[in-house]
Design a protein around this ligand. Structure first.
Ligand code: GFB
Length: 374
């Protein structure tokens, strides 16, 4: 059990992959937490896990249970996580500097709101596991130190996994399928727009204020990776099992200029000839100037955006679905929000050939093809 207390959807989704991998290595059930969404004025919204991701395909990978079901099951709760002995596990304390004896599991937001939602208002016990890590390679040590007879439940303060997700966890995306709830919202949206069954291209334009600031980091010139950039800057060499850097990350790949966006869109549409006349724009910021430029440059294209409602995750979920299932996708290489649909396309739907990124020209050959060429 854990709180997905770091980052927004893209970060939480990558850490879910690592948490599944770790739970499997321990042969313990993973309790699936709600996703944490931040609305207007950082309002914390807990989106039920099952509204976003289907449970059945996940169960094919490993034993899982909804955290909300577990918390409502009073019998199970009092048997394996009784209120008087509720331990939290952490690598090291995040509590006040003058009290390092507790994990500080409920300190600050979103930690406090998350646990309060499940009526957990107090940390009874803290277990700090430093220098152990939550890498599956340490599973045997975990089993020895914290056997399930003595520790039927391990509750982590944050996700027991890294961001970005480690390479080994990426294929688990095969089992992360967007829910019917999201699918139906998209079908309704398409029906309303009269585009059911029509081919479309989807592009992710990540360019809000936080993103602009984050991309500035690349101007230092010495960063090899940022957030989810491994998805297009690196590939795994099959023989040596090492990650090979295809190309150094450039600023324009993180924050594409308008010219970069229009050129990439034009070049990509021309590959698909006249087959695509609809372009969905997934974005964190509606830049009306950009929309005007796109309409003027591509007069024969119908541009679509999903309905906005910042206090729910609906728009984000619909954008993720539309990007994942588009005939053609152009993503942001650095963004973990782009990485989620890109992984669905490559790991689940076999759509890697029609998955592109803005900015510098990365080759999208498979590892095997790259390898054969050497
Ligand atoms: O998902 P996320 O971690 O992706 O955070 P990045 C971006 C959030 O912005 C999403 C919203 O969870 C959404 O709430 N958002 C972004 C969007 N793109 C879209 C979109 O196309 N449609 C909709 N509806 N919403 C990084 C983080 O964000 O940003 C880093 O990974 C850091 O931790 C950095 O915070 C500044 O990876 O893009």
């Amino acid at each position: 059990m854990y709180c997905p207390c770091m980052g927004r959807f893209g970060n939480q989704a990558e850490q879910l992959l690592g948490a599944l991998l770790f739970a499997k290595s321990l042969n313990r059930t993973l309790l699936l937490p709600p996703f944490i969404h931040y609305g207007i004025d950082h309002k914390i919204i807990l989106e039920p896990f099952e509204n976003v991701i289907k449970l059945e395909p996940l169960k094919e990978y490993h034993k899982v249970m909804l955290l909300s079901d577990f918390m409502q099951n009073k019998d199970l709760l009092s048997r394996i996580w009784p209120s008087e002995s509720r331990s939290f596990f952490c690598y090291s304390s995040r509590a006040n500097p003058n009290d390092r004896s507790t994990c500080g599991a409920l300190k600050g937001e979103p930690f406090n709101s998350f646990w309060n939602k499940f009526n957990i208002t107090k940390e009874e016990n803290s277990i700090m596991y430093k220098p152990l890590s939550t890498s599956p390679s340490q599973a045997n040590i975990w089993k020895k130190l914290y056997p399930s007879d003595d520790y039927p439940i391990i509750t982590f303060v944050g996700a027991p996994s890294s961001f970005p997700a480690q390479r080994e966890a990426i294929p688990i995306q095969k089992h992360i399928v967007l829910s019917d709830y999201v699918r139906e919202k998209v079908i309704k949206f398409k029906r309303e727009k009269g585009i059911e069954g029509k081919h479309y291209l989807s592009m992710h334009i990540r360019h809000g204020y936080d993103w602009r600031k984050a991309c500035e980091l690349l101007k230092r010139g010495d960063l090899e990776e940022l957030f989810s950039s491994d998805q297009c800057t690196k590939y795994r060499d099959i023989e040596s099992e090492h990650d090979i850097l295809k190309d150094k990350l450039q600023f324009d790949t993180c924050l594409p200029r308008i010219e970069t966006i229009t050129t990439k869109l034009g070049d990509t549409l021309s590959i698909y000839k006249d087959n695509i006349t609809i372009v969905h724009i997934a974005t964190d910021f509606d830049d009306l100037k950009l929309y005007e430029i796109l309409k003027a440059r591509f007069p024969h294209i119908e541009f679509l955006i999903t309905p906005r409602d910042p206090d729910t995750m609906i728009s984000a979920m619909m954008d993720l679905y539309l990007m994942a299932h588009a005939d053609v996708f152009i993503g942001n290489c650095v963004s973990s929000f782009s990485a989620f649909p890109a992984r669905i396309r490559t790991e689940q739907l076999g759509l890697q050939e029609s998955t592109y990124y803005f900015g510098q020209n990365f080759s999208h050959m498979t590892n095997k093809q790259e390898h054969d060429e050497l």
